[in-house]
Design a protein around this ligand. Structure first.
Ligand SMILES: Cc1ncc(COP(=O)(O)O)c(C=O)c1O
Ligand SMILES: N[C@@H](CCOP(=O)(O)O)C(=O)O
Length: 515
């Protein structure tokens, strides 16, 4: 059983915080020095790191929790299965061709109780300590416990805003406790950063171990490729991205180009690109960065832990996640489930996966009672990042939904664009995928499944600025067979006082009647 010393802990907690921790049952309990809000402020800290050191050097001197480990196992394997792989092996599939999962040594993690983990994670938020300034690596012991801090490639991703959607909730849904987890307000503008920091860090380690990894590759609808190319560029590792030609936004396309990736624009859809990258990574020393690789989900699951943390470890009733390749819905489940298993919370929220009706294989599968999954050819959707007909993580998604008493909903093009415009009109600036999730919320609210007082979190997966063309099309009423009923086009007016006054008076009169 791991033991902890006071010396060990003062390195984790700044001297001005007060936390009584309950360490492993065999260890002696202790109190870390602290200051209550009413006492005199602490003297300024005098032990700044030496000028010649940087935050990585500083981290090298910091002791770590010992004896924690993780490995790959077949996903949802029976307890009798003995198949497992070191995370230092290059393996994406189990012997039977199924998915893998990263399994943590829960017995070792359980040497520390829920209060210990809550306090440890809380103590790291909002600081610049390497690597804990990252929302992902502040949970390092639950992500990649064995990686050297020195091998980590991080942009201090995560710690994203959990936004109280006050006006949207009250005005349109009669809800008081509606929240939007803005995972897109991050380094490359989508939640993919959370997984990519983990994957690229592990690749960095593999290369130091002389494993045959010359580059890292992915198929992408635009966000995975943006994250991959940025983290690889930061590490000095070549990245290769397969993009479906003319199916991603300009903002997304320019990201890997600017970050120096080798960009292949391929005349197929995402599913076609995914098949190609799988074949290529089986032949060449290119490491696969899509979420088929379960390493990614270890980073993505930290968004779930972060939500609990932001609610002071109170569990929301519902979490709604837009789904495409379906890794993220499982990542959320896994994060919540680990928190329950390790005693940080006593239950998990119900999960909702939201799909575009034009790319809805999971929705159809759910409606069929999860009988015989059928992949399909995804149609064009404004939610272009989830235009996926053959999701690699279908088994993970079904598992997550079954274990969380979950629901699948869908949104038509008009519904998702209207929901996006409605949210934007309340001060947000969301991507169309978040519009899909909001549509699911609106439908479930209308059906009385989600109730007025339910604490509900909608996961916003990308920054709205990546999808401005769809907003321009909508607000210029430039979409075939769509009423664009919330369009708010600019008014062209002559550069003269009288004309400006005329349009303003008309505008104010209209708004007066709304007051
Ligand atoms: C913006 C955005 N939202 C949602 C998703 C769906 O996530 P997942 O593929 O993990 O289901 C993706 C990628 O697929 C995405 O890029
Ligand atoms: N939306 C994704 C699609 C690929 O998903 P992944 O999580 O398997 O990498 C993208 O942005 O490429």
């Amino acid at each position: 059983m791991a033991s902890l010393s006071l010396l060990h802990f003062t390195t984790y907690f700044p001297s001005h915080t007060q936390t009584t921790l309950k360490p492993p049952s065999s260890a002696v309990s202790f109190t870390v020095r602290c200051t209550s809000p009413t006492s005199t402020p602490p003297p300024p800290q005098k032990h700044r790191r030496p000028a010649e050191e940087n935050i990585r050097d500083e981290a090298r001197r910091r002791p770590q929790l010992q004896n924690l480990s993780a490995r790959y196992v077949p996903f949802n394997a029976p307890p009798s299965s003995t198949e497992s792989y070191s995370l230092d092996e290059i393996v994406y599939r189990s012997q039977s061709g199924g998915l893998l999962d990263v399994q943590h040594d829960l017995t070792a993690l359980k040497n520390y109780d829920g209060e210990f983990w809550r306090n440890l994670f809380d103590s790291r938020v909002g600081k610049t300590n390497w690597p804990y300034g990252s929302g992902v690596w502040s949970k390092k012991e639950w992500v990649l416990p064995q990686i050297d801090d020195d091998d980590i490639i991080s942009a201090f991703e995560g710690n994203s805003n959990l936004f109280w959607a006050e006006r949207f909730g009250k005005q349109y849904l009669q809800m008081n406790d509606l929240w939007v987890k803005h995972c897109g307000i991050t380094h490359t503008g989508s939640f993919k950063d959370l997984g990519m920091t983990v994957l690229v860090s592990q690749v960095n380690r593999l290369r130091k171990l002389n494993k045959p990894v010359i580059g890292v590759g992915c198929a992408s609808t635009g966000d995975t490729s943006a994250a991959l190319s940025a983290y690889c560029a930061s590490a000095g590792i070549p990245s290769i991205v397969f993009l479906p030609a003319d199916k991603i936004s300009m903002a997304q396309l320019v990201q890997p180009i600017a970050n120096g990736a080798f960009v292949l624009s391929i005349d197929t859809d995402f599913d076609g690109c995914m098949n190609l990258i799988r074949e290529v990574t089986a032949e060449l020393p290119i490491y696969l960065a899509n979420s088929l690789n379960s390493l990614r989900l270890e980073g993505q699951k930290t968004a779930a832990i972060e939500i609990l943390q932001q609610f002071n470890w109170e569990v929301p009733d519902w979490v709604i996640v837009p789904g495409g390749n379906l890794g993220n819905i499982y990542a959320f489940y896994k994060g919540f489930d680990m928190c329950k298993e390790l005693g940080l919370v006593d239950r998990i929220p119900r999960l909702v996966c939201a799909q575009a009706a034009n790319a809805n294989p999971l929705y159809l599968h759910y409606k069929s009672g999860y009988k015989d999954f059928q992949s399909l050819k995804a149609n064009t959707t404004f939610a272009s990042a989830i235009q996926i007909g053959d999701p690699v993580s279908i088994d993970r998604a079904v598992y997550a939904l079954k274990m969380s008493n979950g629901i699948v909903e869908e949104a038509t093009e008009e519904e998702l664009m209207d929901a996006t415009a409605l949210a934007d009109s309340t001060g947000m600036f969301i991507c169309p995928h978040t519009g899909v999730a909001l549509t699911a919320l609106m439908k479930l609210r209308k059906a009385g499944v989600i109730e007025a007082n339910d604490r509900t979190v909608v996961v916003s997966t990308a920054h709205g600025l990546k999808f401005t063309q769809s907003k321009i099309d909508y607000h210029s009423k430039n979409i075939k067979e769509m009423a664009c009923r919330l369009a708010n086009p600019p008014v062209n007016v002559k550069a003269e006082f009288g004309s400006v006054m005329d349009v303003l008076k008309e505008y104010l009169k209209k708004n007066e009647s709304k007051c």
